[in-house]
Design a protein around this ligand. Structure first.
Ligand SMILES: [Zn+2]
Length: 288
């Protein structure tokens, strides 16, 4: 904060809501570690955020990201692309629907009805049917469906990805980036996650992109940051570039034609690097 001239004493600024806190806020539990992506999907602790940002927006958007990942994992387990998975699901065959534990362990799939949360009649019908199959010694061809219990809020999961991208870029570039005017709408969207403040920031990743995770500082056709997450790519404004960044993006994507980007790749940060705040030569190299 001193480096960017915002404060002359030790303090910490929550990168999302921009409120300032003194060091005691950590002991008081007002500032807590923020994982990007959320811890449950393997994120690293990269920054501190304040309790308000962490509990209000944090809980809803993070759990949507986690539930979405559960659904993707489940789909991959069903398709045989993932050899280990365990979770609740529903199993439907004919008129009968049951709550089951679905498990894929070392490539072997098993389903097990959960006694406590199923109608005893339905459970009996299922057991009779399984006995019938066992006696016949083969599957009778009747169709069945298995549906995961992991449901998620699509919009919240997208805001969750936006938050992950923002925290990753804050950790990498620092306050000069996170507190920049051009990022104000992004911060506002993360806090007011139920509202539609910005659009066009979230994109399904192109399957031809084979690098799993990266930050990409776009230089052409306009300045921007692209953050590649597990299954999506989030676009953020850079400190230079179009003023109405997301409106500008909207015009680009309106024709739904492919857009080619030129720029620089960076790996995801593993700690608070804050390059724009500390490394003056780097700043010039980054075009800031
Ligand atoms: Zn905050």
């Amino acid at each position: 904060m001193r480096n960017i001239g915002a404060m002359d004493q030790d303090c910490y600024c929550c990168p999302i809501c921009t409120q300032l806190f003194i060091a005691k806020a950590i002991d008081a539990g007002i500032l807590t570690l923020e994982h990007a992506p959320p811890q449950k999907v393997g994120g690293k602790p990269l920054a501190l955020t304040c309790k308000e940002c962490n509990s209000a927006a944090g809980y809803s958007v993070d759990s949507a990201v986690v539930q979405k990942q559960r659904q993707i994992d489940f789909t991959e387990a069903i398709m045989g692309q993932k050899s280990n998975y365990k979770g609740r699901a529903t199993f439907s065959i004919g008129e009968n629907t049951l709550n089951i534990d679905f498990e894929r362990d070392q490539g072997i799939t098993s389903i097990k009805p959960i006694e406590e949360i199923n109608d005893p009649d339905k459970l009996r019908a299922y057991q009779d049917y399984m006995m019938h199959l066992q006696q016949a010694g083969k599957w009778d061809g009747q169709k069945f469906t298995i549906t995961p219990n992991a449901k998620y809020h699509i919009k919240y999961s997208k805001v969750g990805d936006l938050k992950t991208a923002f925290i990753l870029c804050f950790a990498f570039f620092g306050y000069r980036f996170a507190l920049h005017n051009r990022l104000a709408a992004v911060r506002e969207q993360i806090i007011n996650y139920k509202e539609d403040i910005i659009d066009h920031y979230w994109h399904t990743s192109d399957p031809k992109v084979n690098r799993e995770h990266f930050l990409f500082l776009v230089k052409k056709p306009f300045s921007a940051l692209a953050v590649k997450l597990d299954n999506s790519t989030v676009l953020l404004p850079w400190v230079t570039g179009p003023n109405d960044f997301y409106e500008h993006l909207g015009e680009y994507f309106v024709n739904r034609e492919p857009v080619n980007f030129d720029g620089l790749f960076f790996n995801w940060p593993v700690s608070l690097e804050m390059r724009l705040d500390y490394m003056k030569t780097q700043t010039q190299n980054l075009g800031g």
